[in-house]
Design a protein around this ligand. Structure first.
Ligand SMILES: Cc1cc2nc3c(=O)[nH]c(=O)nc-3n(C[C@H](O)[C@H](O)[C@H](O)COP(=O)(O)OP(=O)(O)OC[C@H]3O[C@@H](n4cnc5c(N)ncnc54)[C@H](O)[C@@H]3O)c2cc1C
Length: 415
């Protein structure tokens, strides 16, 4: 069967769902996207907007357990856990710790590279054919602590080992080129290919492109999924309908929805927050990682986006924490010259869908082969969403995907 004969329901209208819907519609499928909208709909808007070809090392990598423990003990707020994460937390953490090995990195890096390269090709196309803008200068990791020299050298050594183009840059020259930087910057690592986009704009463009191809949007909460060998039935509070396939792209909520077809996807919600500050003087021309403060920044047209936080929590924990916002801005001042007050902070919060091995789930659910998972992208969903959509369309159309992309199958060991 080809997509032209398929009708497909995409559950979730974040970046991954929209990218899947667009690719399926381009293939000729008849597509419905179902999403309740706010308050759940926010993660794909709240993020830092980084598109980073250098991020081919999974989040579960050697050294991450020590970093996490350091952050927990140091109470930087960058990494935290709450009881809201529920009983899965213990098994999730154990699987995460077990995945932090060189062997896991060797296994995953080629697959993440193919997914990222595919996404970046699609985003590149969108910057040429739509009003999507991107930054053009390399991302800088900025180090300010007493260990700055050592940490920057370690970063370059680690990433070079995996073939990533990471180079040291003179911090004095950096402060000259980007006057928003304070002289507290002691070491800089530059990533040539990494850039930033406005995530809200990318989502808007995907939605517009979907509408142009006749995708139907339903503003509803999916409350049930059932399947046979021939089709999938999707239910909401007021209706139910049958599709040839369903794409499960409900971000951090995908675990709850997968249960309807008897699948246990070990996805936890990892909350983060962002602010976008308009009127910042000396707006930078590139994305920064304030490495010691764990803050990502991105100069958007309408303000400086800054984001932080990775709190394993409940999918219901969607409120903006104003103390966390104040801390984010105060901490950023260690590195950036920022005005004393802001007229608006444009705060947003989102929950990342975090899989314990740091890899997304892309592929048919073993117990419900007509339900294609497209979820679990954790910290990298914006940059991997476009490629995920392309591979989802390949799978629904029966086109083959590479052995590396098959590594994302939900049939892999989960916990
Ligand atoms: C602070 C922060 C910074 C980040 N920075 C970056 C970055 O720089 N680059 C990057 O690549 N990624 C980044 N991320 C991660 C990225 O935002 C996520 O990985 C990505 O948005 C996940 O997209 P998604 O479509 O899978 O999920 P979501 O965007 O969460 O979309 C899921 C959708 O499912 C819908 N849904 C939920 N339940 C139901 C239901 N029952 N029925 C129907 N629909 C439902 C929701 O309403 C929601 O719209 C960041 C995240 C955060 C929080």
């Amino acid at each position: 069967m080809t997509s032209a004969q398929n009708n497909v329901t995409v559950i979730g209208g974040g970046i991954v769902g929209l990218a899947s819907a667009w690719e399926l519609a381009k293939d000729g499928a008849s597509v419905i996207v179902v999403d309740p909208g706010e308050p759940k709909f926010c993660t794909s808007l709240a993020n830092a907007g980084w598109i980073s070809p250098s991020h081919i090392i999974p989040f579960a990598a050697p050294g991450m357990v020590q970093t996490g423990v350091k952050n927990l003990l140091g109470r930087t707020g960058a990494f935290a856990m709450t009881p809201g994460a529920g009983p899965l937390l213990a098994a999730w953490t154990l699987k995460f710790a077990r995945s932090c090995t060189d062997a896991h990195v060797e296994h995953s890096a080629p697959a993440l590279k193919e997914l990222l390269d595919t996404s970046i090709g699609i985003i590149g196309g969108l910057t040429e054919t739509t009003d999507l803008k991107r930054t053009h200068l390399p991302l800088w990791y900025l180090y300010t602590s007493d260990n700055a020299e050592h940490d920057a050298a370690h970063e370059v050594e680690l990433l070079t080992r995996y073939g990533i183009d990471a180079k040291r840059f003179d911090p004095t020259e950096a402060v000259k080129q980007e006057p928003i930087l304070k002289s507290s910057v002691k070491a800089v690592v530059a990533f040539e290919g990494d850039f930033g986009v406005d995530p809200g704009k990318l989502v808007e463009i995907y939605r517009r492109n979907c509408e142009l191809l006749g995708v139907t949007f339903r503003k509803e909460n999916v409350t049930g999924i059932s399947h046979t060998s021939r089709n999938v039935t999707i239910s909401t509070a007021t209706d139910s309908w049958v599709s040839d396939y369903a794409v499960l792209a409900a971000g951090a909520w995908s675990r709850e929805l997968a249960k309807y077809v008897g699948e246990a996807l070990p996805i936890l919600a990892a909350k983060g927050q962002s602010v976008t500050l308009p009127g910042v003087p000396n707006m930078p021309e590139r994305t920064f990682m304030l490495a010691d403060q764990r803050i990502a920044t991105n100069p958007l047209d309408w303000g400086l986006r800054m984001s932080t936080g990775y709190t394993l929590t409940s999918t219901k924990d969607l409120a903006i924490n104003s103390k966390a916002t104040a801390k984010l801005i105060a901490t950023a001042r260690e590195v950036l010259n920022l005005p004393d007050t802001f007229e608006k902070k444009n705060e947003l919060a989102g929950v990342r869908p975090a899989a314990p091995d740091g890899l997304p789930y892309i592929g048919a659910l073993p117990k419900a082969p007509r339900v294609i998972a497209a979820t679990g992208h954790g910290m990298l969903g914006l940059m991997m969403g476009p490629g995920t959509g392309k591979f989802v369309a390949d799978m629904v159309s029966g086109r083959s995907v590479s052995r590396d992309i098959l590594k994302f199958s939900p049939a892999r060991p989960r916990l």
